[in-house]
Design a protein around this ligand. Sequence first.
Ligand SMILES: [Zn+2]
Length: 267
Amino acid sequence: MQRFGVIGGRLVSGHGSLFQRAPLVSHCLLVETISGLVLVDTGLGLQDIEHPRRRLGSGFVFLAQPHLDPDETAVRQIERLGFSRNDVRHIIVTHLDLDHAGGLSDFPAARVHLLEEEYAAAMTPTSFTARYRYRTCQWQHEPSWVRYQVQGERWFGFECVRQMEGLPPEILLVPLKGHTHGHTGVAVNTKNSWLLHAGDAYYYRGEIAPNKPCCPLGLALVQRLGAVDNWMRRGNQERLRQLVREHNQQVRIFSAHDPLEFEDFLR
Ligand SMILES: [Zn+2]
């Protein structure tokens, strides 16, 4: 987990003053499997911390104000658990936005799994927005990419990619497009239930509340402006609400940036 202090105060976090920075997090998931460690999303990496403006851009550093603490990077946290960076054999990215892909360069030996559309959009960012979100310097080390197309398999009614190369069948891609062209959730079958890392499909826990969904205004605006297909993004949020409504006992959903969802895992 990494911390951010995003501009917009109450409009982003839903409480406090307008002039405070709103606390958001970058929530990664580490899964121990028979195929080695699997990391879902990487957050910011050591090189982002060392050269924030060059790697992330001045605009992002000002607006999101990431905590530039190497101890918060995934690689340092994994080392504190007693593993080495080479134990991470596979990385799955929900998408390649700069706050999800920065740590790729800390695990140069890992294979990186993602949807084909995300790869295509990120490798040749042509518009201003695409160049803001996709920082090609974050994959200059030329990782070993493994790209997927969806082929009609299903998981709780969602399309999914059921068998990923070299990974156990307990881990699936669950495409949730709209935030970016190839944005995907990642489902992990734990002993008794499923975890679904929903990436940036939503930012605020209230958005998937089954009855009265809600989101602070500023955060809703950020998501709308950041979406490549807002209609699809909102449709996916409705499908996630339906998943909560119908399968709350079987699936636990969390997003990449909500600090309270992260804290719930620490209890
Ligand atoms: Zn993000």
